[in-house]
Ligand binder design. Structure first.
Ligand SMILES: [Zn+2]
Ligand SMILES: [Zn+2]
Length: 390
């Protein structure tokens, strides 16, 4: 197809315009359009948008540029809203508060495109879905970090070719369901049962994503806030000096694998963990979030995770999280106020005759300055020793 003719044709309706399938990604749909026209996906994209745009070099499922959206709307019966529904940006307000068009995104698995090559295993698939689909296609959910199993088939997702280990690159493959490198069917990958805990958590996340709200400890809250809390619990299990103790405490009380997570850098975001590691992580997260907040609180206290640790790295922690950790994870000793120390001193004088330092400390904890002001000094020592030189 000549480029000029292809561009002319693209302005008109495309001859093949299949409706998007349930939860289908934009790239999956574009590949099916190309295949329906008997074109290689790369040839089709270059013919419609020009080689200069090199759309294959972009993660279109993440964010579809305006020129892509308007051209498809012109050439098909698909509305702009339906098109946005095929991208991860559409999760704005439900999975995250704001979707940054550039840079790292929470919950979205990175694919890292370098010259048409997808270097990271950020596109997952269920071999049973690909085998059973009348028309094999790729789901949006398969790009999300909490998705480690298939909630339809109950088996673990895969992120590589079962034969050669290549990343999934459907643009370059002969068909969506084949490995681009060795052409082996991805559906041949093993059907391994997924962790029941991780699947339960994943079902809950998928429901929250659809309806925009979730429940934590029977308290309803916007889903993007719940996702912040779930991600923070996951991060506490992976990163930081107390992550190991938290995994051990979780495993001791409710089982699960407490082994350290394989990660190349100390503070790697959870989206960069491999699929087996993420499956193990969300199995632990599922155990901790069960009966929120009590199992989580127990494990945090065992691991000496206080409220400052529990909210660190969160720019704007949800108020529900702040209230929970303030209530249950405040490891700071109680500091009695000036009035409380004075009242305690008066009570000691009434009951014991004098307000001694040791008695006041037992009652008022670490409020030392106030204790020194209200305690009764022995005659031999007019001032406490630390003030002797003042
Ligand atoms: Zn499946
Ligand atoms: Zn392969």
């Amino acid at each position: 197809m000549g480029l000029r003719k292809a561009t002319r044709d693209a302005a008109r309706s495309w001859c093949y315009r299949p409706p998007p399938l349930a939860d289908e990604t934009l790239s999956s749909w574009l590949i099916r359009v190309a295949q329906g026209m008997r074109l290689r996906p790369i040839t089709f994209l270059n013919a419609v948008w020009g080689t200069g745009r090199s759309l294959v070099n972009q993660d279109l499922d993440n964010f579809a540029p305006e020129l892509v959206v308007t051209r498809i709307v012109t050439a098909t019966d698909i509305s702009e809203d339906a098109l946005r529904m095929m991208t991860l940006a559409e999760y704005e307000g439900r999975l995250f508060e704001r979707f940054p068009p550039k840079g790292r995104k929470t919950w979205i698995l990175p694919v890292r495109v370098v010259s048409n090559d997808r270097r990271r295993h950020g596109l997952q698939y269920c071999p049973a879905c690909l085998r059973d689909d009348p028309v094999p296609y790729l789901r949006r959910t398969w790009r999300l970090a909490f998705a480690t199993g298939c909630t339809c088939h109950g088996i673990a997702l895969h992120d590589a070719c079962p034969a050669c280990g290549a990343t999934v690159q459907p643009y370059r493959a002969r068909a969506i369901e084949l490995c681009y490198r060795c052409a082996r069917p991805l559906a041949d990958a093993s059907h391994t049962p997924a962790s029941a805990q991780a699947l339960r958590l994943q079902r809950r996340c998928e429901t929250a994503l659809k309806r925009g709200w979730d429940e934590l400890g029977e308290v309803p809250l916007y889903s993007h806030l719940s996702f912040m809390i779930i991600r923070q619990v996951a991060a506490l299990l992976v990163n930081g000096p107390r992550a190991g103790a938290l995994r051990q405490a979780t495993s001791r009380a409710w089982s699960g694998d407490p082994a350290p997570f394989a990660k190349p850098t100390a503070r790697q975001p959870i989206e960069y963990l491999g699929i087996e590691e993420r499956a193990r992580l969300f199995d632990l997260v599922g155990r901790l979030l069960d009966g929120f907040p009590f199992k989580l609180v127990h494990a945090c206290l065992e691991a000496r995770i206080g409220r400052f640790h529990a909210t660190k790295d969160m720019d704007f922690p949800p108020s529900m999280w702040v209230a929970t950790v303030r209530l249950y994870l405040d490891l700071e000793p109680y500091k009695a106020s000036e009035a409380e120390v004075a009242a305690a001193a008066a009570w000691l004088r009434r009951t014991k005759g004098s307000a001694r330092y040791r008695d006041l400390k037992a009652l008022c904890g670490e409020s030392r300055t106030a204790i020194y002001r209200h305690m009764d000094y022995e005659r031999s020592q007019a001032r406490p020793s630390w003030r002797a030189g003042v």
